[in-house]
Design a protein around this ligand. Sequence first.
Ligand SMILES: Cc1cc2nc3c(=O)[nH]c(=O)nc-3n(C[C@H](O)[C@H](O)[C@H](O)COP(=O)(O)OP(=O)(O)OC[C@H]3O[C@@H](n4cnc5c(N)ncnc54)[C@H](O)[C@@H]3O)c2cc1C
Length: 425
Amino acid sequence: MPTREGPTKGYAMANITIEQFEKEALAFLESNSERRPVEKAFVWGEGSDNFYREKDRAQEAANAEEAKIWRQKKFDAGFGWITGPESFGGRALTPAYDRLYNQLEATFRVPDQSAFAISLGMVTPTILDHGSPTARDLYVRKLWRGEMIASQLFSEPGAGSDLASLTTKAVKDGDEWVITGQKVWTTGAHYSDIGEIMTRTDWDLPKHKGLTAFIINFKDPNVEVRPLKQMTGGASFNEIFFNEVRVKDDHRLGDVNNGWNVALTTLMNERASIGGSNAGDNNLITRVIAMVKHYGLETDPLIRSELANIVMNYRIANMNAQRTTAKAKAGQLPGPEGSIGKMVLVNNQARLVKFLSHILGPKLIADSGEWGTYAWANFVLGTPGLRIAGGSDEVMRNIVGERVLGLPKDMGIDSRSPFKDIKVS
Ligand SMILES: Cc1cc2nc3c(=O)[nH]c(=O)nc-3n(C[C@H](O)[C@H](O)[C@H](O)COP(=O)(O)OP(=O)(O)OC[C@H]3O[C@@H](n4cnc5c(N)ncnc54)[C@H](O)[C@@H]3O)c2cc1C
């Protein structure tokens, strides 16, 4: 069974009982934060209807700064990486301690931690698995302590689903590499410090075989970050230009030309984390049910049936997410169940969007001033992106078809010819 170092391997014999840990965690939270007031039951029409408002770049950057400060505090108090190895500042405790801390923290007012989703969910595990000792020492602790945030630099204008078609090149020069090219759709680069970049290092090898991954520094003057605006009104993506950026060889991830395996570690973690996010969010379901009742539709048999299907699929996505998390925490590498989870979750969300459109009609796209109607617009406009991020629905189906059902491989990908002989669109 494959295992990896980090949060998953070699938990120490706990030198603290779970009861002592709980006391310690509560003492930390009470002296550094305040308890959330008990939430009143959701009542349609009361309070703010700001369900899913998009943040602008300045707000995103400010939130990331607040999140960093909180993460540093909790890391220093021993709650930043509860399951992580002691050599990087973790406590090597079992996931039960981690779950308990998260449950406790959820009852306190703490800054939103979503700025760390890619950084800690995808890039840091990759550095831990594939980084040189120097890179691990330089970054892993700082990333978990929230001193730094990392982005994922894979997609290019001509390489998304078929990532192995990428053409950003890295050329060896002494003990450095020189990187030139363009990346796109880089989430959070504007508040990130470093990035995991995938490059082509050998054009004579087949497309998946000539790739190498590196860690780059966003503060390098030869890295240019430009915002991209999305239809939700936010601009959380970027296009990034690399103009002969120099990177030391000890910032290479994995072996030269073995970047595809490095990419797989990141992508498996990405799918698992998207599939696990928001799966069966009770607030979301509560709001939808309240809306249905507000419009007096709760006795309509078709509405009831569709609503039941949506709630059921969120529950299934939630169970799948728990399975994925349990597997990761038990030290096993994420597998195709991450792709299944992602597919179930985003297909259900697309189903919910149709349902919302059916109930709200034009109120969804024109702000009529009626409470809780136009409020769904950003949720609806953000859903197609979720169907693409981390691998589109079609690509997820290919993965499940090939790796779970054992169907023949996708014919479209030339994995034998030297990359230089393949026409790149
Ligand atoms: C919200 C969001 C966040 C993102 N964040 C990042 C990030 O931080 N870093 C990063 O590197 N990238 C990021 N991306 C980019 C993302 O990984 C790509 O958009 C995705 O891989 C699809 O690539 P593409 O956009 O080039 O579409 P294409 O690959 O050009 O696909 C176009 C269409 O063709 C279909 N298609 C392609 N190949 C096949 C096939 N073999 N079989 C069947 N259908 C196929 C696709 O499903 C899609 O419908 C993000 C994207 C989104 C939407």
